[in-house]
Design a protein around this ligand. Structure first.
Ligand SMILES: NC(=O)c1ccc[n+]([C@@H]2O[C@H](COP(=O)([O-])OP(=O)(O)OC[C@H]3O[C@@H](n4cnc5c(N)ncnc54)[C@H](O)[C@@H]3O)[C@@H](O)[C@H]2O)c1
Length: 257
């Protein structure tokens, strides 16, 4: 056994939310280790820009526009990827909508539906669109990006924590359903990552509040996107060949204390 088990040479990898903070780090790392990457995002120009950056760095990538909350859009995106790159044997469901904090009394049905539709139904729809080709190609690896809030919640995070918790059971059940077809399905649960999402939520914090927040992590800081991308590569690659129906918690020790 050598370090090539961590590579994705010859693999087609589809990454939703591929133009976002974490998604773009995943796309770049996957391309660095030999994958042909489909950067999928609702924002086409951002997805194309990300793919262009990867190509400039010597990797292979295309930008694909897709709203993961729309079945027609996911079906079209999967067909585009199959046509331009071949069947994806890696799928990372990373897209999530920016969600407002609030209790169920603050979050109305439309807002609740938007979060669940994008964060959970989006993973279901994209998996449903990609799976037939993945099975035809002999199998692969699917990773749903969940959150530490699938394990430990926080007041005011009701729609997000519910959505992320659901992804764990979606992965476990998909793993049971498709193991015989060579498909592994896992979740990755990150702690806070420095992206626009954390700026959206914590941007108004004072330095003192930021220090207190960081101190809740054993590692005393939030993660850089690359630190979560590397864990995603582990789950996507043959390095994790005996892992399925599992959750990988990468939270700097937040949920231990
Ligand atoms: N940033 C964190 O602290 C953190 C912590 C734990 C988990 N996560 C999870 O990591 C993932 C990525 O988060 P991020 O911080 O990079 O967020 P981000 O907002 O930077 O990226 C999300 C991307 O998803 C895209 N997107 C949104 N709705 C979409 C849709 N309907 N269809 C297709 N694409 C859509 C956005 O355009 C954006 O590019 C999310 O699933 C998030 O819940 C983030």
């Amino acid at each position: 056994m050598d370090e090539r088990i961590f590579r994705l040479d010859g693999r087609v990898a589809a990454v939703t939310g591929g133009a976002g903070g974490l998604g773009s780090a995943i796309c770049q790392l996957f391309a660095n280790v030999g994958a042909q990457v489909a950067c999928i995002d609702i924002d086409l120009s951002a997805a194309e820009e990300q793919a262009e950056t990867i190509r400039k760095n010597g990797g292979k990538a295309i930008g694909v526009q897709c709203d993961v909350a729309s079945e027609a859009s996911t079906v079209t995106a999967a067909a585009t990827i199959a046509d331009r790159l071949g069947h994806a044997t890696v799928l990372v469901n990373c897209a999530a909508v920016l969600d407002r904090s609030g209790t169920i009394l603050d979050i109305d049905l439309a807002e609740w539906d938007k979060v669940l539709r994008t964060d959970v139904t989006g993973a279901y729809l994209m998996s449903r669109a990609i799976l037939p080709g993945m099975i035809e190609a002999g199998g692969g690896s699917i990773v749903h990006i969940a959150s530490m809030h699938a394990h430990v919640t926080k007041a005011g995070r009701v729609s997000y924590a519910t959505a992320k918790g659901a992804l764990l059971m979606l992965a476990k059940t998909m793993a049971a359903d498709h193991a015989a077809q060579g498909v592994r399905v896992n979740t990755l649960s990150p702690g806070a990552i420095r992206t626009r999402r954390t700026e959206f939520r914590y941007g108004s914090m004072t330095q003192e509040m930021r220090r207190e927040h960081a101190a809740r992590y054993l590692l005393n800081r939030s993660a850089m996107p690359d630190e979560i991308a590397s864990a995603t590569l582990f789950l996507a690659s043959q390095a994790s060949s005996y892992m399925t129906a599992a959750d990988l918690l990468v939270d700097g020790g937040y949920s231990a204390i």
